[in-house]
Design a protein around this ligand. Structure first.
Ligand code: SF4
Length: 306
């Protein structure tokens, strides 16, 4: 639909977006307000931020994490008792990651935020470019995701962070939910619910979980934030990619599908949590990170000391 001559439903300005799921045409001002209102509501409802907190932000440098940092800075930047720290992980993917890390560096400098960059090479003595060509049981993204998550948590603990914000948007959440359904992985699904405090695991917050990916991209564009970089060379391996295509197709034909998937889950997540309580955490006997078994997933994947 051509929105150039269509007016905003809230004022007389030209609309820049049509939200099919809400039926609203919005101008620049009201679109930005809408995104920020939803994010503030998500933070208030799920991740109450108290006084004297350090919030670490997983900052790949792409549109989602840059938008997350930008908005958290807007909300908490003037609070002297809250510190934001950007953490970028260099997984060692030539031709992809160096550009996004450069962009993360520029953003943190512009906002005056502490920025930590740590690599798989330093931490695990390997890179995704070394792992990918090996004979392996799982897709490249499974290795990358587990190792990055573990390292992000480790650094967040080191800096004394009480929350770790990540840039998962509505599309990511809906895809993960469906993926876990299709794999019958209920325990992973339970972990998608807004988390509880657990010793050794910095509480993860997802301020963008109600914002569709396209709207994050438009918000990033309107704020001159990084938009996109060439895709990761290993992304094609993921089953998530198929789910993404399927969900996008559904969303076009049935607007609101992604919201419905997430809000339906949010309604039953309490019941699921009671039926399938999260196991208590212990320490990995190899690396000392919090985990539910004797050895954490990262050490298992790296076949450390086994
Ligand atoms: Fe890592 Fe997969 Fe993302 Fe590439 S697409 S950065 S391999 S998780």
């Amino acid at each position: 639909m051509d929105t150039k001559t269509i007016k905003c439903n809230k004022c007389n300005n030209n609309a820049i977006i049509f939200q099919k799921y809400s039926g609203m045409h919005l101008c620049r001002k009201h679109f930005i307000e809408d995104v920020e209102r939803k994010i503030k509501l998500t933070i208030r409802k799920h991740y109450s931020v108290k006084r004297n907190e350090i919030i670490a932000v997983g900052l790949s440098g792409g549109k989602d994490s840059s938008t997350t940092l930008h908005i958290l800075h807007q909300i908490f930047g003037k609070r002297p008792d809250i510190e934001l720290v950007g953490i970028s992980i260099d997984e060692g993917i030539e031709g992809y990651r160096p550009d996004t890390i450069e962009s993360a560096k520029e953003l943190t400098e512009k906002l005056g935020i502490r920025h930590i960059v740590r690599s798989f090479k330093e931490e695990y003595d390997t890179t995704m470019d070394e792992i990918a060509p090996q004979q392996r049981e799982k897709g490249a993204c499974s290795y990358c995701g587990v190792l990055r998550k573990s390292l992000l948590n480790k650094i967040a603990l080191e800096v004394g962070a009480t929350k770790l914000a990540i840039g998962h948007n509505l599309d990511d959440e809906a895809q993960t939910l469906l993926l876990n359904h299709l794999k019958g992985d209920v325990s992973r699904m339970v972990r998608l619910a807004p988390p509880k405090e657990l010793e050794g695991l910095v509480l993860r917050m997802k301020p963008l979980r109600h914002i569709p990916e396209k709207e994050v991209a438009l918000y990033a564009y309107l704020h001159d934030l990084p938009l996109g970089f060439g895709g990761c060379p290993y992304a094609h391996e993921a089953m998530r990619r198929e789910i993404r295509v399927m969900l996008n197709d559904f969303e076009v034909r049935h607007p609101g599908t992604k919201y419905a998937l997430l809000s339906g889950f949010d309604k039953i997540s309490g019941i699921l949590g009671r039926e399938f309580p999260q196991e208590g955490l212990s320490q990995c006997r190899i690396c000392g990170q919090a985990c539910t078994e004797d050895v954490c997933q990262a050490c298992k994947l790296l076949k450390r000391n086994q």
